[in-house]
Design a protein around this ligand. Structure first.
Ligand code: AR6
Length: 174
């Protein structure tokens, strides 16, 4: 049975007033396009300043910053794998990006967290493969944790939302 603390919504992650939103960043933490660009635009230039001080983040790990002008208090920057056809440990690294983000949230007493679909934009990870990894990793993490109260998957667009819901419903019977 899937955890009741998991929600699947369609929308723009930069609008969510949760404790932390997760950014699909790059290893340099220098900002970029996609959800990263959107988060930096709304947060303002102080976010990049803090990211520059951190100095980078390896693939599969996560780093915490303030949210500045975002409605979310914190941003957890994680780096998903670049899709290389599925032969370069991408599944493991994607699960690690989710797990590292959740672990960092717990360390910082974060109760609500929202994830975009990490790696499924510029990094080219097929969403139909990424979504079940994301859902299972979060479900398994929540099974061992009671600090987190809400984990929201934010789907960008209707097609992504439909796909996530399909895998979410399938998790009920696995
Ligand atoms: N809210 C929620 N999801 C979004 C939003 C939004 N505002 N905007 C895009 N998405 P991507 P990646 C979805 O490319 O593949 C950046 O340049 C989008 O539809 O943002 O991990 C970084 O700097 C897709 O499903 O991240 C890195 O260099 C998902 O977010 C690189 O891209 C992720 O797409 C990271 O690539």
């Amino acid at each position: 049975m899937i955890d009741q603390r998991i929600e699947i919504i369609e929308g723009d992650i930069t609008k969510l007033a949760v404790d932390a939103i997760v950014n699909a960043a790059n290893e340099m933490l220098l900002g970029g396009g996609g959800v990263d660009g959107a988060i930096h635009r709304v947060a303002g230039p102080q976010l990049l300043e803090e990211c520059l001080k951190i100095g980078g983040c390896p693939t599969g790990e996560a780093r915490l910053t303030q949210g500045y002008h975002l409605p979310a208090r914190y941003v957890i920057h994680t780096v998903g794998p670049i899709w290389a056809g599925g032969v370069d440990n991408e599944d493991v690294m994607l699960a690690s990006a989710y797990r590292s983000s959740l672990a960092l949230a717990v360390q910082n007493d974060i109760h609500s967290i929202a994830f975009p679909s990490i790696s499924t934009g510029s990094y080219g990870f097929p969403m139909e493969r990424a979504a079940p990894i994301a859902l299972r990793t979060v479900r398994d993490f929540l099974a061992t944790n009671s600090t987190l109260q809400r984990v929201i998957f934010v789907c960008f667009g209707e097609a992504a939302h439909t796909l996530y819901l399909r895998f979410y419903n399938a998790l009920h019977i696995t």
